[in-house]
Structures are given as structure tokens and as C-alpha cells.
Design a protein around this ligand. Structure first.
Ligand SMILES: Nc1ncnc2c1ncn2[C@@H]1O[C@H](COP(=O)(O)OP(=O)(O)OP(=O)(O)O)[C@@H](O)[C@H]1O
Ligand SMILES: [Mg+2]
Length: 293
């Protein structure tokens, strides 16, 4: 059993004994710089406006994405929880409108090298996060590294951000292919939703989805669905420069309206998600299903 498998085993056990269940949505992409952090932050704000308690988990150890975009510097990161004895409440930082976030810091890169005891402690502490939130949005790094795939494989709901550039579409396919071969990934219990970002027309987003779904349906078992599109919008760039999410700085911008539409669709999907939880419960076995179903 490798480290990742051990971690999954422990997470499964933890889930079995944990009554609360936050909705976990992982935002990822094949290619970098396609808009994951903007999607994560603005959808988090939308959920918050629907009255949900929201935590963004910044799982990109490369760049301090969320804190830069919120203009708020966290005092501690996941690494402090893992190695410096900090508690979960110490590493949660409050952003605008009461959206909370946790920075992975260097903790994400070191996740794969932990021993059993450290993994147990970490999962125990992280499971407390679930009690503090109704929705957890995980903003991952780009690409097919284990640090990204591990988060994606553990999630029931995945938003795959893709732009119309050919390289973005092929990189999205590459990510899905790597995921389908990833140890422990279960395609039946994973809902991969495509967001087309930086599109210039409805036609362009339809094309993007058609191209991607054609190859995915042909070569992979993963099922993908279309969640929505965000237009190319200068106001996103302006908001990023101001270190403010676009739905705060420019609520009537076209991109802000798209985030609203996407979050409405996600809220409606929740019933489907509950059904899906049952599917996972079956997959994880009787004990789990008797607790959750
Ligand atoms: N719909 C859009 N219209 C115009 N610009 C956009 C749009 N979405 C994102 N951008 C721009 O693209 C850049 C990258 O966005 P973002 O940081 O959200 O991407 P990312 O996928 O999180 O990047 P990374 O892989 O580095 O984490 C930002 O500077 C942002 O201004
Ligand atoms: Mg990012």
C-alpha cells in the first residue's frame, strides 16, 4: 500500500465515523492560468450569499492564489497544522463577506511524504473542517501531479476549468486520462463538470464542450457534464488588479452574472449530489451507508 492509498483508507474510516458532511467541490484544470482561482473564489462568494458557510481550501502550493486575490494574508497554513502543532481554527482566515479560507502553503507538497501517524493526525484535524462548513471548495494547482490528482480523486464533485485554446482542451483531456488511470479513482462516483472560461461566444463554449466530450466519451469511462460558461471579461482582470473578486468589485459585469448562473445550477445539482453520496456509501460498504443514508 503506498502513502496515497493509506491516506484514502484513513479518510474512509474517518468518514464512516463522521456524521456531518460538507459538500466538497474541487476546482481543477489541465493547463495553468485558465481561471481556477477566480472560479473558486467567486463561486464561494455565491454560496455564501445563499447563506452557506464556505471554506476555500487553497491546495496550490506553488502560488498563494487565494490570499493574493482576497488581499488578505493568513497567519498560518496547513504546514503549521501538520508540523507546528497548530489547530484547524488557527489556520482558517476570514476573507470578504465571511468566506473563510485555508492556505495549503508548503503542506500540500509534503502531503505525499507523511508517515502513518502524521497522516492519521492530519486527517483527524482536517475532518474538523467539515463541521465548520456547508461547502468546501478546493482550489488545486494545474496539471497531472499526484498532489493535484489526489484531491481530484478524493472528490465527488469536480469542476474542470477549460478555455477555448486548443492546448487547454488537450490538457483537460490529459488530466482526465491521468485521473482515469489513477489508483483509487472511481469514475462512477465522480461528477466532473466542465466550466468553459474566457469564451467569446456561446458558440465557442459549445464547441469547446463538444470537442472535449467527444474524445472523453470515445476513450475514457469518465462521465463529464457541462456546467456553464464565463465570457472573456476585462472586469475580471480589473478586479484581480484591485485584489477583489469580480462579483464584489463589479457585480453587474458579464462574468459576475455567469458566476451567479453557475452557482444556481450547482445549488440545483445538490439533490443529484445527495443521490451520489448514496452511491459512494454503497461503494464504501454497509457501515458507511447505514450511517449516511
Ligand atoms: N473570464 C475571464 N476573462 C478575462 N480574464 C480572465 C478570465 N478568467 C481569468 N482571467 C485572467 O486569467 C488570469 C488567471 O486566472 P486565475 O488566477 O484564476 O487562473 P488559475 O487557473 O487559478 O491560475 P494558476 O494555474 O496559476 O493557479 C488572471 O489574471 C485573470 O485576470
Ligand atoms: Mg490559481
Amino acid at each position: 500500500m503506498d502513502q496515497a492509498e493509506k491516506l484514502r483508507e484513513i479518510i474512509k474510516k474517518q468518514n464512516q465515523s463522521n456524521e456531518s458532511s460538507a459538500r466538497i467541490i474541487t476546482v481543477t484544470s489541465g493547463k495553468g492560468g485558465v481561471g481556477k482561482s477566480n472560479v473558486s473564489i467567486n463561486l464561494a462568494l455565491q454560496f455564501r450569499r445563499q447563506g452557506k458557510r464556505v471554506i476555500i481550501f487553497d491546495a496550490d502550493f506553488g502560488l498563494a492564489n487565494i490570499e493574493v486575490m482576497f488581499g488578505v494574508i493568513p497567519q498560518y497554513t496547513l504546514a503549521d497544522l501538520m508540523f507546528k502543532g497548530k489547530e484547524i481554527k488557527d489556520i482558517i482566515t476570514e476573507g470578504p463577506e465571511g468566506v473563510m479560507f485555508v492556505s495549503g502553503g508548503s503542506g500540500i507538497a509534503r502531503l505525499v511524504n507523511l508517515d502513518n501517524e502524521q497522516i492519521k493526525r492530519l486527517v483527524y484535524k482536517i475532518s474538523e473542517l467539515e463541521k465548520l462548513a456547508d461547502v468546501i471548495i478546493v482550489d488545486t494547482g494545474a496539471g497531472i501531479s499526484p498532489a493535484v490528482l489526489e484531491f481530484v480523486a478524493a472528490s465527488q464533485e469536480v469542476i474542470l476549468v477549460t478555455t477555448p485554446e486548443p492546448t487547454s482542451i488537450t490538457d483537460s483531456y490529459a488530466l482526465l486520462k491521468a485521473l482515469s488511470m489513477y489508483n483509487g479513482f472511481d469514475y462512477e462516483s465522480t461528477n466532473v463538470m466542465i466550466v468553459a472560461n474566457r469564451v467569446n461566444s456561446a458558440n465557442e463554449s459549445a464547441n469547446l464542450y463538444e470537442k472535449l466530450s467527444a474524445v472523453v466519451n470515445r476513450f475514457l469511462k469518465i462521465k463529464i457534464s457541462y456546467l456553464g460558461a464565463i465570457p472573456y471579461d476585462q472586469y475580471i482582470n480589473k478586479a484581480v488588479m484591485k485584489q477583489k473578486p469580480v462579483t464584489i468589485a463589479y457585480p453587474s459585469a458579464a462574468a459576475s452574472k455567469s458566476f451567479q448562473a453557475i452557482s444556481t445550477r450547482l445549488a440545483k445539482n445538490e439533490t443529484a449530489q445527495v443521490r451520489q453520496t448514496k452511491g459512494v456509501a454503497r461503494f464504501f460498504g454497509k457501515v458507511f451507508s447505514s450511517k449516511r443514508v
